[in-house]
Write a protein that binds this ligand. Structure first.
Ligand code: NAP
Length: 279
């Protein structure tokens, strides 16, 4: 199948598909098998998981069951808050590889910035990159202040920041900063966990293109050059989320969607997690 998905080149020239597949809350083996198989049949190749999701093992099984060659996949996982710190990060990475039934990862991320383990976790991740255990490294939920702090001691700049972005949390300033720093941006909870479905403006724009409000939302992400990772276990919605490459929003529509911003988060504020060293 020829993929319609554009690739985004990271600062180290590794490329990642702009539309990937989220897996948060998939915790049943049968459900994982079905979701992975449906996603693959619809053209998804990049999969996002995390140690915290407690599903690396069932996903590893699902990837093997799918019969798709490992090098065709782009696998991302994240070190969980409880596994942060130099030794623990390295140890947990080994476990992630084992559970995902692979001998390398495409992308390994710090899941949340934590005050107590801020530099030693990154040191371990740099080591995994330098020893070629992982093709690219990055962080999630970092604000500008976290990047400025990391700069004071890091050898390698994170290649990606995975952050919450949807029409109710547009993150204008942070996006501008990351673009300036040439750090690729990956949007989590792109559908605001389903909230966009009922949004009148998105429904209205969608009618013009015969698209759903979810498709309009994902198209908005793609036109901002963001990487986006919607999650679904529903075969129709998995297919629907892929059908976003045959229409284009106008500049006015892009701005109208931007104006839905209300700085609303579905998840915690990273500054609070950093200060509390966890949730
Ligand atoms: P999301 O993708 O915004 O929304 C998922 C929800 O929307 C599910 O309830 C899904 O239900 C529903 N949905 C999916 N497609 C739909 C469609 N076309 N129409 C209507 N409803 C639809 O939220 P998310 O799962 O929180 O975020 C996506 C991924 O980002 C996660 O799975 C995870 O991989 C990652 N993430 C990362 C972080 C981080 O801190 N780095 C935090 C949260 C999430 P069905 O499954 O029933 O379709």
């Amino acid at each position: 199948m020829t993929s319609l998905i554009k690739k985004i080149s990271l600062s180290n020239s590794v490329s990642i598909e702009q539309l990937g597949f989220g897996t948060f809350k998939i915790v049943d083996q049968q459900e994982a098998n079905n979701a992975v198989m449906t996603a693959l049949n619809n053209g998804y190749r990049a999969f996002d998981t995390a140690q915290l999701y407690n599903n690396e093992k069932i996903l590893g099984e699902a990837f093997v069951n799918s019969g798709v060659a490992r090098q065709e996949l782009f696998l991302t996982t994240k070190v969980s808050n409880l596994n942060q710190g130099y030794e623990q990060t390295l140890k947990s990475f080994e476990q992630s590889l084992k559970d995902l039934q692979t001998d390398y990862l495409d992308l390994f991320l710090v899941h949340w910035p934590l005050k107590n383990h801020f530099f030693d976790t990154w040191k371990a991740i740099e080591q995994l990159y330098e020893t070629k255990m992982v093709r690219a490294i990055g962080v999630c939920n970092f604000h500008q202040s976290h990047f400025e702090l990391l700069k004071t001691r890091a050898n390698i700049k994170p290649m990606i920041n995975q952050i919450e972005i949807h029409p109710y949390l547009v993150q204008k300033e942070l996006i501008e900063y990351l673009n300036k720093e040439q750090i690729a941006i990956e949007a989590w909870s792109p559908l605001a966990r389903g909230r966009v479905v009922e949004e009148p403006l998105l429904i209205n724009i969608g009618q013009k293109y015969q698209k759903s409000s979810s498709q309009v939302t994902l198209r908005w992400h793609v036109q901002k050059d963001l990487i986006v990772i919607p999650k679904s276990v529903n075969p129709l919605r998995i297919a629907e989320n892929m059908q976003i490459f045959d229409f284009e929003l106008t500049d006015t529509e892009m701005q109208q969607i931007d104006s839905l911003n209300e700085d609303f988060r579905t998840g915690p504020n990273p500054d609070d997690v950093y200060q509390k060293n966890g949730f």
